[in-house]
Design a protein around this ligand. Structure first.
Ligand SMILES: [Zn+2]
Length: 166
């Protein structure tokens, strides 16, 4: 163990096969997201907005914020290409810093999907990578934010410190 590591290391992370690890993380993320969605009544809020300036995801009703989460961007999809946030200079520096732990984990494991900046995307890839990031960083949930100006483009995030606000 190095002193500067800022992610956990649990038994699940000792897995040697990427496919096995990936599969388990996706199922874990489905359960975690279900719990989060119920607890914060995510589906009931008519509007949501994300801000890369404040690194927050806000769910609102009648112009009032109801639920706010801090976010770390895991990556983005443009023109069917996935790009990890750790290498994307357009992403918030805190997201890039936090996500470097995921890249470092991929380097230790020699798992190329976690260390390759651009990858051909499909409808599952962003969720899969976001599930792995949620586990390694100890997030509440993962969320996919469509880019309203560019259909088919998305920003994927993991959430922390989700709270109701009045
Ligand atoms: Zn783990």
């Amino acid at each position: 163990m190095t002193e500067h590591t800022d992610r956990h290391l649990c038994d699940a992370c000792l897995e040697r096969e990427y496919e096995t690890y990936r599969h388990a993380r996706v199922h874990e993320a489905i359960d975690r997201n279900k719990e989060w969605t119920e607890r914060f009544r995510i589906a009931s809020w008519p509007r949501w907005d994300y801000s890369l300036e404040s690194s927050t995801l806000t769910f609102s009703e009648n112009g009032q914020p109801r639920v706010i989460a801090d976010i770390v961007v895991t990556g983005s999809v443009h023109s069917n290409k996935w790009e990890w946030s750790w290498g994307n200079p357009h992403m918030p520096s805190e997201s890039r810093d936090r996500m470097s732990a995921v890249r470092d984990f991929g380097e230790e494991k020699e798992w190329a999907p976690l260390t390759t900046l651009f990858l051909e995307s499909n409808e599952y890839l962003g969720w899969e990578f976001t599930a792995i990031a949620a586990h390694l960083l100890g997030a509440d949930a993962g969320y996919r934010c469509p880019d309203s100006d560019a259909p088919g483009n998305f920003v994927y995030v993991v959430t922390f410190n989700t709270r109701f606000v009045q």
